[in-house]
Design a protein around this ligand. Sequence first.
Ligand code: PYL
Length: 284
Amino acid sequence: MTRLRTEDIRDIRRTLRTYDKQLLKITGGTLQDIACRAVGINPGKVRPSQDQCLVAVIPVTWGRGIIKGFAQAVEGIASHLGFPSFVTKETDVLGLGEAFERKASVILLSDDRSFLAICPRRGRVIENSDATGRGFATALTMMKKGLRGEAVLVVGTGHVGRSAAVALVGMGAHVSVYDVDQTSSRKLAKRIKKILKREVTIEEDLDDSLRRHRIYFDASPSPGFIHSKHITTDTFIAAPGIPLGISPEGQNKIKDRLLHDPLQIGVATMLMDALYGSKEKILP
Ligand code: PYL
């Protein structure tokens, strides 16, 4: 998980309405629709005010420290979804105390290793990478109006890529996976065979696999490996987080067939899952 920088997230709050309109245009659903569908709940069930869903976001100084604007960006996403929300005045442990004193329904906090949404009363703990994989896989299937029988290439089998591969297989896609570490690809394929009884193809040559696929899930920490030559008029890409794996020329070519954000879909999916979700996690 690449650590975000302030410049990656500083415009999130200000651009959420515009981003939501863009999501509606390219997927047929809003940020809330995508998150609810990723979690398997009816958007009509989500009533933040009646459900007393107060969201607390705690800045965490441990490790490499606070990312200026991170907690505020997360709070802005919660607020955009209609949840009453606040960033705690205190950081770390005192922030946790403040969240409990104010009777927050869900608490979001992130150190350098994990970003969690915790809902104590429901006993649910949702991890950002897992939610991000599911959220973007859902948005991709909405953009394509279904992925059943479609070939999808997942690049990167870290936590986001593993979560996305499981979700995509569950949607009926024929999933191929590529990772510089083939052992990781093999482990994921074995895991999916065990839990979902489905085959996943292991790709050994990135350029060759990019040429043979039209639907990509970019879960790689590498920038700019998808070039203009890989992109055709029927290429669709889901690319959560930073850096973006598409070259600047490729970005110009892909236009509206690209799903990409540093936090929005993942945080929205975390919130819906923590507050309303019931599915047990399939740990890929
Ligand atoms: C959760 C994001 C998604 C992509 N990379 C992840 C990242 O940047 N993790 C580090 C987040 C640190 C937050 C810091 C704060 O401001 O509370 N501890």
